[in-house]
Design a binder for this molecule. Sequence first.
Ligand code: SF4
Length: 213
Amino acid sequence: MDNIFSSLMERLAERQICPYYAENRAEAVSTVLSIIEKSRMEKGVDCKDIQISSGGSRTLAEIDIFSSLEKYNVLNAYVSKDPKEQYEAKRRALLSDVFLMSANAICESGEIVNIDGNGNRLGALIYGPDKVIIVVGKNKLVKDKTEAMARIKSIACVKNAQRLSRRTPCAEKGKCESCLIPSQTICGHTVYTRYSAIPNRIHVVLVNEELGF
Ligand code: SF4
């Protein structure tokens, strides 16, 4: 394991955030499954009694985690195209047993940086689900918050806005102009996670591969 990972794992642990290292996406999947299974055993319930939900994430799709979750009760808030149904599913996801997501960036200090449009992903990160599991590829490791914001605005937001066919300056010109365009801007909430007040709640799986954006 590179020093960059071992040092980051120490910084995360200081923040009461449980760190894990995975050499590749296959190891990332088995690590996520072991965290879920440990949580299930602590609760003493059947797999179908564990509700798992997630935030929208290219990383989770790339590691194909959902094909390994069939025995659990998976709430996919994105399956319905009806905005009202999707809204209600995202609200229910806030009380899941396990919430899966990626992060936009992680600083050397262990601080986690994210920007959300609606805030359902970051609402779940902050409070609600019993366990939050964050899977992060090495491309999202940055020096500090300044580099994190630069990365998010110039890479993550650009690609996300394009993926969602948004008519924003970042999608159209590749440059953030701090837009406030109704139904278009994808930057609603910026969250810096510096400490988990509840121990053993937030788990970060660092993957030695490039994943997502
Ligand atoms: S504020 Fe607007 S232009 Fe800037 S990154 Fe967000 S969506 Fe794009």
